[in-house]
Design a protein around this ligand. Structure first.
Ligand SMILES: Cc1cc2nc3c(=O)[nH]c(=O)nc-3n(C[C@H](O)[C@H](O)[C@H](O)COP(=O)(O)O)c2cc1C
Length: 367
């Protein structure tokens, strides 16, 4: 693992080892992939303003999220079907999260079940990502199983009435490899994505089964069936963030789904200030994901007001390259880069990373 110095190194290595259909599925964004590129470019337009001679004595990355301590403010985002990246899939990923003390989020459409993941890493801080199916009984059962298995929060994905168009998946007629199953549905409904003949099999699956008619009332329904805190994942506007909180969410995750839904939406780091300012004064946490690939990206998100960031693809690259060890390497790289950034910026504790530590490049261009 020593040869991997950056997240980009892991990505390059992963893209070499993954089979074409999986590689395309993991790396694609929606349509022209404008927002996919912007998710990264927008970070580069933000400048860090370091403080000098602050007297560094140590470096503290620990923080709390929804009342639980994490070793650093970087979590693993939910991504579907991780056994396509490595035979141990989600179970390797969650073990890495356990070893490194960060949140692991399991996708509804995973290739390891809720119970398998809980058993693989009983001491990991685990959150469950939920898609609400037309069949509410099936959905309710997922929520109750996650709660029973010790998951500590539900991330309701709110940006997916249907799946975005990922052109490579359409061309590849993307489907789950035959030897794998959507493990959470064993005994309840098909664990396969049926051959659609045309286009992406996954898009047909989603259109057939996900509840497209969802409104913010879904949060009230969820609160009637679970005590777990609910995080709205996929918010890009201040008014939606307020709606989420007024409906009962404990936190909001600013996300454009890794730029895989609607192309042309803002980069998430650009959407973050609007959401942070709309929720100012309320007792809720704000997170973000999308394009985070260096320690300085994490730092910029914290400065703008995120309590924690999530990483999606970087975990898949780590998994593809080396299973659990690869994901641990990914987390080690982020930790080390964040430690450097915190100290060089003169704010050696994540709690000191305030809004004045960054400026948009346009403010410098005014000179
Ligand atoms: C291959 C892949 C599968 C994903 N599957 C899900 C999913 O099942 N549920 C969900 O809410 N988000 C899903 N996402 C979105 C991620 O949770 C996250 O928002 C996104 O990956 C963050 O961007 P990043 O990949 O640039 O870090 C997926 C993303 C990727 C790349």
């Amino acid at each position: 693992m020593d040869k991997y110095i950056s997240i980009k190194d892991l990505e390059d290595a992963a893209l070499e080892v993954l089979p074409k259909a999986t590689r395309d599925y993991y790396k694609s964004g929606a349509t022209d992939e404008f927002t996919l590129a912007e998710n990264k470019r927008a970070f580069q337009r933000i400048r860090i303003r370091p403080k000098c001679l602050v007297g560094i004595k140590g470096c503290e990355l620990k923080t709390t999220v929804l009342g639980e301590t994490v070793s650093m403010p970087i979590a693993i985002a939910p991504s579907a079907m991780q056994r396509m990246a490595h035979p141990d899939g989600e179970t390797a990923n969650v073990k890495a999260a356990q070893t490194k003390g960060v949140v692991y989020t399991l996708s509804t459409i995973s290739t390891s079940s809720i119970e398998e993941v809980a058993e693989a890493a009983p001491n990991a801080l685990k959150w469950f990502q939920l898609y609400i199916y037309n069949d509410r009984e099936i959905t309710k059962k997922l929520v109750q199983r996650a709660e029973k298995a010790g998951f500590k929060a539900l991330l309701l994905t709110v940006d997916t009435p249907l799946f975005g168009v990922r052109r490579a998946d359409v061309r590849n007629k993307f489907n789950l490899p035959k030897h794998l199953n959507l493990a959470n549905f064993e005994g309840d409904m098909s664990t396969k994505i049926h051959e659609s003949g045309e286009g992406s099999g996954l898009n047909h699956y989603v259109s057939g089964l996900f509840d497209k008619g969802l409104t913010w009332d879904a949060i009230k329904w969820l609160k009637s069936i679970t005590k777990l805190p609910i995080v709205a994942k996929g918010v890009l506007r201040g008014d939606d963030a307020v709606r989420a909180v007024e409906a009962g969410c404990a936190a909001v995750l600013v996300s454009n789904h890794g730029a895989r839904q609607l192309d042309g939406v803002p980069a998430t780091i650009e959407a973050l200030p609007e959401v942070v300012s709309a929720l100012r004064g309320r007792d809720v946490e704000v997170y973000m994901d999308g394009g985070v690939s260096t320690g300085t990206d994490v730092y910029k998100a914290l400065a703008i007001g995120a309590k924690m960031v999530f990483v999606g693809r970087p975990a898949l690259w780590g998994l593809a390259v080396g299973g659990q060890a690869g994901v641990e390497k990914m987390l080690d790289i982020f930790r080390s880069e964040l430690e450097y950034t915190l100290q060089l910026a003169g704010t050696p504790d994540v709690a000191q990373v305030t809004r004045d530590m960054v400026k948009h490049e346009s403010e410098y261009a005014k000179l």
